[in-house]
Design a protein around this ligand. Sequence first.
Ligand code: F6R
Length: 265
Amino acid sequence: MRAAANAADVAEGRFVQGVCVKVLPSAAAAERHVAALFAEQLRRKPDSVLGLATGGTPVGVYRALVAAHRAGEADLGRARTFNLDEYAGLAPDHPQSYAAYMRQHLFDHVNLPPERTHLPDGGVADAAVACRLYDALYRHYGPADLQLLGIGLNGHIGFNEPGFAPAPGGTHVVRLDESTRQANARFFGAGETVPEYALTMSAGRIMQARSIVLLATGAAKAAIVARALEGPIGTDCPASLLQLHPDATVVLDREAAGELAPERG
Ligand code: F6R
């Protein structure tokens, strides 16, 4: 497998409404490019705080980051990580929890000390308490130097669904949109139900990250990517808030970039 930092994957960025947009020829190239950004961040600042995401999109990023680690190009020994979200009711040892996902795709394969990996605890009976604890930890160690995001088909970031209300507490409990539960049903087995609630970092907390990189791949994301980047800024498309961030990059494959207005000039 090719390591993450490969010159062939370096993409020129163009700016769309203040956001740097990089279009790579394939999903694999986009994933490697994002992994290379993380490897570069770790080289620049070995004790970086990394903001991590789950779902289908980042799997290839983590694969490439593990490859980079094995090739000696990414040392996570001094890093600290914070994940965006977790399902309410799923304890960290539950196979569908995001904690299990992170162990499977990244944590078990790199030299990141387990005590420096953080996710909201979905197993705590009072989810609001778990949110407060998580937020206190993030306020202590954060903000993230580099935050990875995916984008929901409805424009959500973390689990901040369209129309979200400001969350002064930072990390909070949300009811998942029916469309999100349907989209995520693919990760659950027959007879298992997708939890109705999740613990998520607020959009405000996400926006505190020093740099943000949002990755979207595949044609299914093309319409929402165009809405987020070219449409008005508003809570009906949470990802549109990236237009307000001073250092946001959106990495796309050609399909996900398919509905962006053609480059002018
Ligand atoms: C996951 C997360 C979500 C996902 C989004 C896209 O931690 O915060 O916002 O990034 O639902 O998911 P995929 O990548 O499965 O399309």
